[in-house]
Design a protein around this ligand. Sequence first.
Ligand code: F6R
Length: 604
Amino acid sequence: MCGIVGYLGSKKTKDILLDGLQELEYRGYDSAGIAVLQNDDFSVYKAVGKLINLQEKASSFDPTGFAVGIGHTRWATHGKPTELNAHPHLGECSYVVHNGIIENYAVLKQTLQKNGAKFLSQTDTEVIVHLFEKELKSSASAFDAFTKTVSQLHGSFAILLVTKSEDKTIFFAKQGSPMIIGKDADSEKYFASSDTPLIGRCSEVIYLDDGDYGYVTPDEIAIFDKDSKKKTPYFSKLSTNKLSAQKSGFRFFMEKEIYEQSEVIVDTLTGRITDKEIHFEELDSRLFEGINEIKLCACGTSYHAALASSYLFERYAKIRVSVEIASEFRYKEPLLCKDTLFVVISQSGETADTLETLKMAKKAGLKTLVVCNVDNSSMVRLADASLLTRAGIEKGVASTKAFATQLVVLWMLSLYLAKIKSSLSSDEIARQISLLREVPGLLKIKEELHEKITRLSKRYLHGHGFFFIGRDVFYPLALEGALKLKEISYLHAEGYPSGEMKHGPIALADPELFTIALLPRHMLYEKNKSNVEELSARDSTICAISPVEFDKADDYVKTSDVKDYMLEFFEMMVIVQLLSMEIAIRLGNDVDMPRNLAKSVTVE
Ligand code: F6R
C-alpha cells in the first residue's frame, strides 16, 4: 500500500520522481523519500509525513543530465513512521524501495546480522538491500546478485533497486504487488506502482506479471519470468486523460468524486443496457452454466456493495448467495464447491486479502468473476471473467463513486442472471432497466440539498456515537454510511439493521446518541418507522432521511418521491456521503487523506 516510482533519463529527475509520488500520495503518507544516482554518487532525501515535507527538504536539489532515480511514499507496516524507516533503504552502496511485505524478513535479518550487516531501520524492506550486497560479493554481476536475492524473498513485493557499480540500471521485481514500466516519446524509461504517475509522460507501458524480475537500462528492458525465462516486453497504450485525476474546483477529491457519481454511472451503464436486457460484452453466459450458488467476497466498502447486492441476487435471480469478508474467509478453511461462482469485488483489484481468496477459489477449481475498477489489476488478470465498474480514478481514500458503480454493476448482473434463469418476467426486467436509467439523474446533487446537509452537520460534531440504521439493502448502506463517517471524522459510528437495535444497542440510547435513520418509502417503511420510534422514545437524537415527513425526528432530510427502493437507495447514499464529509470538514480533518488509512490495502 505504498507507492513506488522510478526513472532513468536526462530530463528533470527530481521533478519526475516527486510528481510521480504526488500522484501516489493517497496510497500512504507516513513518509516519503527519493534516491538519485548520478556520476557514481547518491543524493538521498527522506521526510516524515506528507510529501510537501520531502519537497521542502529537496528544494535546492536540482540534478541535471543523465540520472537514475527511485522514490517511495510509505504506509507503515513494519516499523513506526519515522525518517529512519522511510524508504529508500541503504546498504553500503545500493538503495532499495519496496511495496508489500517480506514475510521471512526476520530469519533473513538474523542471518545477515550474524554476517555483520548493520541495520538502521525496523522495516522488513531493509533486508533486501543487505541481502543483495551480501550476494554481490560472490556474484559475477549485479544482476546475478539481484536474481539470487529475489529468489530468497517470501511474501508480496514490488521492488526497485539501484547500485553504484551499475549506475545506469534499475533492477526490479514483482510478486503480488503491482509494478509498471513506462516508456516516453524519447524512449526514456519509468517505473510506477500504478499508472497515474505515468499518464502524460509515457505513451506505452508494460504491466509486469507476478514472478517477473529484471533490469532496465537506457537501451534495454530485460524481463525474466518466474522460471527465469527471458520474456519479450509487451507494451500497451496508456490513456492520456489526466484531467479526471484532478480536483476541478472542489475542496476535496472526495467531494468531486461524490459529485461525479452521476456521470460515472452513465459510463457504467453505457453499452450494457437495451430497453429489454442487460448486455455484458465481457461475459460469456456459459460462465453461469452449472452454477447453483454465488459467493461474494470483498473488504470494506466493497464488502458493503457485495452485501447490498446479495439481496438483489436472491430477490431477482433466485440464486443462493453468501457474502464473505475476505480477511475472514481466507483462514476459515471454507468448503468450496464447483457449483459456486466465486465473485470478488474490489475497487483497486489489488487488495491482498481479496486477491488471496480469488487465488483460493481458482485453486479449488471454481469459476471466478471480478467486479473491479482497475483494468489490468492483479484481480482482473487472475479471474476467469471481469466486469469493470468504470468509475475512473478514485483518489479520495474514502470510497464513494467506486461503491456506487459497484452496486450498479452488481444490480445489472442480478438482472442478467434473472434473464438466464427466467426468474423475472421480461416486463419486470424492462422495468428494472428503466430504473437503472434513472440513477444518474437522481445523483445530480441539488445545491439546496448540499446546503441543508452542511447546515445540519454542525449539530453532529460531538456525542458519544452514531448509529446508522436501515433494513434490507439499506442495512449495508447503513454500514457504509457509518464507515464513511468513521474514516474521515474519527467519530465512532456503527451501522446496524434497524430491527436489531432492540436486541442490545438500544441500551445506548440517550440524547448524545445520534441515530441516522434510513427510512425509504418502498422498503419496509412501517417496520422501520417503529424501530426508529423506539429510539426516539428513549431520547436518542434522530436524523431521519426519508421521502415521508417524520415527526419523531429531530432533523429531517427529505428525499424525492421516487418509484422504487433502489432509487431511494442511491439518493440516500449521496446524503450519507455528504453528511459524513461535511462533519469531517467542520472538524478540520483532511478528508482525502484520513489518518492511519491508505487507498489500496496490498498487505494483510
Ligand atoms: C473505505 C474503503 C475501503 C476499501 C477496502 C477494499 O472507504 O475504501 O474500505 O473498500 O479497503 O478495497 P478494494 O475495493 O480496493 O478492494
